[in-house]
Design a binder for this molecule. Structure first.
Ligand SMILES: *Cc1c(COP(=O)(O)O)cnc(C)c1O
Length: 387
């Protein structure tokens, strides 16, 4: 019989270059492959499996919802999405929620909202969104247009108009780009795909100040940093800012596709009936999973995320070939002396799943990873870096 690799290359569009692991099952931060090997997981499905694999409460809630009411359209009321929205607003102080299915969709919704807010108040032409160089906001044509990396700007012309870019941690480059057409500023607080690059506090405060003064909406893409990843429910809390719009996705569903936009008071009612929608948005099963993620992310778990992050950072800093460790909580980038892709592949060979971001090794372990699992993973990383 053909193995998965052969069938994959025959039937799946070739958009991914995959690591050599054929996954079968998982439990918290341990994956078992089809050939029976086990792997420690420092990836959580790229920041998705917040509670690791197959958390018992998450499985129970998802199974229960799937066997009760798996879907109905947004033409009707359902409680999982409403309860989840209420929980999200209570946790974040935001006003309202729009549900979709992915990070790119959530960012699209933020962009539409910023443009409509501005057009409602100021009329046509005030439509520019400023975004950061080296950002990543998604793969749709418009979120690619908002992505400040040239590698993503090939082949798919024409891109959506009305985006302009400024440099991270450089206030002058922001003031340079500001003009009367700007309606929104879109940022990741820690650039994820760009290489785990945290923004400086002063810089973020300067952006927030400009937004307040000029009635420009502040859009924070927390698709990767949100839902406890950095040790706070939102990474915004580390910076002490209250954005007008926040996008969430990856870690929110604990492994089921869901995206969300949180609206602050200023723009809570900008989108009206017919202005936006998503067939699967607020799907009951995905929302039931997300409710469990939120209910488990209490102060204790968040504190553990912070502590585990510090523990990993400390241990990794003393490993060979390591120049520095950046990031917060369980979103960490390691600057290494060597080819990150080759090092990640070598880790996998020895039983550790780890990610890369540009030239760095990147860790996004499940928030529930145990110290024993961390130690097993770090032992492998140390071995690989010692070669
Ligand atoms: C992953 C990611 C996205 C895109 O999310 P999808 O669910 O793949 O559409 C957008 N922004 C950031 C910061 C991300 O990390």
């Amino acid at each position: 019989m053909d193995d998965l690799k052969t069938l994959d290359s025959r039937y799946i569009a070739s958009t991914y270059s995959r690591f050599d692991l054929q996954a079968d099952s998982g439990k918290n931060a341990v994956c078992t492959s089809l050939d029976g090997r086990t792997y420690i997981d420092f990836t959580s499905g790229i920041g998705v499996n917040s509670l690791g694999w197959c958390d018992a409460d998450w499985v129970k809630a998802v199974q229960h919802q799937a066997s009760t009411l798996q879907h109905i359209s947004n033409l009707y009321y359902t409680s999982p999405m409403i309860e989840l929205a209420q929980a999200l607003c209570t946790r974040t102080g935001m006003d309202k929620v729009f549900f979709c299915n992915s990070g790119a969709e959530a960012n699209e919704c933020m962009i539409k909202t910023a443009r409509k807010y501005s057009s409602d108040r100021y009329g046509k032409g005030r439509h520019t969104i400023l975004a950061l160089e080296n950002s990543f906001h998604g793969r749709t044509v418009t979120t690619l247009s908002a992505t400040g990396q040239d590698v993503f700007h090939q082949y798919f012309d024409p891109f959506t108009d009305g985006f302009s870019f400024f440099r991270a941690n450089d206030i002058a480059s922001l003031t340079d780009r500001l003009d009367d057409t700007v309606c929104g500023i879109l940022i990741e607080l820690i650039q994820g795909e760009g290489g785990v690059v945290p923004l400086e506090k002063d810089f973020v405060h300067a952006i927030a100040k400009v937004c307040r003064e000029k009635d420009i909406l502040l859009l924070v893409d927390e698709v990767q940093t949100g839902v406890g990843r950095t040790g706070k429910f939102l990474c915004c809390e580390h910076y002490g800012i209250s954005p007008d719009l926040v996008s969430l996705a990856k870690g929110l569903g604990g492994g089921l596709p869901i995206g969300a936009v949180l609206f602050g008071e200023k723009c809570a009612d900008v989108l009206g009936p017919g202005d936006h929608g998503a067939t699967y948005g607020g799907n009951p099963v995905a929302c039931a999973g997300a409710q469990v993620v939120l209910s488990k992310l209490d102060g204790r778990l968040l504190q553990e995320v912070e502590q585990k992050g510090q523990y990993i950072t400390q241990r990794v800093q003393s490993m060979p070939k390591v120049k520095s460790v950046e990031g917060k909580g369980l979103m960490l980038g390691i600057t290494v002396d060597g080819d990150s892709k080759a090092l990640a592949a070598a880790c996998l060979q020895k039983g550790l799943m780890i990610l890369t971001a540009k030239a760095k090794l990147r860790m996004l372990p499940p928030l529930t990873i145990s110290y024993e699992e961390i130690d097993r993973g770090l032992t492998i990383l140390n071995e690989v870096l010692s070669v």
